[in-house]
Design a protein around this ligand. Sequence first.
Ligand code: FER
Length: 293
Amino acid sequence: MDHPGRRSQHARRRAPPPAAERPRGGRGFGGPIELGPDDKAAFPPVPAEFDKTRDNIAHGTLEMVEYDSKSVGNKRKALVYTPPGYSPGTKYPVLYLLHGIGGDEEEWRRGGQPNVILDNLIADHRAVPMIIVMPNGRAQADDRPGPNAMATAPAFGLFDKDLLGSLIPFIESKYAVKADRESRALAGLSMGGGQSLNFGLGNLDTFAWVGGFSSAPNTKPAAELVPDPAKAKAQLKLLYISCGNKDGLIRISQGVHAYLKEKDVPHIWNVDEHAHDFQHWKKALYHFSQLIF
Ligand code: FER
């Protein structure tokens, strides 16, 4: 089950209403949207076929793995994309890609098909061959979203221990991985965007590339995210922040952008025409994955 609010909206009506009639805040999260002069697209429109499966190119592989989590105390699942032609003789960089409040380790595959986006980009030499790890960011023994996914929000705040202490070591022992900070990226959507900013910017010795897509209110206040702007500036290879201009959570990302701008921390701030949905997240992944490694 992903974002329950969205699903019920879809179930209620067959065709989306005209934009003007859509509830402000897109999927019902968040509050009023106020756009400023910086809140605009950082990229030209994506090619129409960016997320379409192409039969005439090589495809990567998706596999579900299980690892022992020391912090949660059980076996946990993660979905792993290995790029076309993956060979243990080569070493690959790794993107850890996190889901939202109603999601799980399958959310990105179900809604975003990152394997299709990356297969296409790699075939066109627009992204380097990389491994993508899609874990479950709800770090508790029962990690299903359940009937009230919002109630599981606190477990998202505990995921850094599992990620750093168990998942990354597992991935680096099982796959042919470049294990240095410049070969690790952390990005995610909504709750996963907040986690990526919190844990990525909080662990710049581990991650040099950080992306928050439509980051949720679990995002720490900007001054806590980046307490030492000079250090962040020196260590970050990329900080990417994006949101749709119909997303009621945009104020979170706007706040992070404003602080980074004030403190002169280089970053990409990309606002497109979407709401809180996979149209935005797929395009965010498309842009982010071309810039990393
Ligand atoms: C909230 C609104 C939205 C919140 C989380 C979300 C923790 C997450 C949304 C998503 O992951 O899609 O107030 O509080």
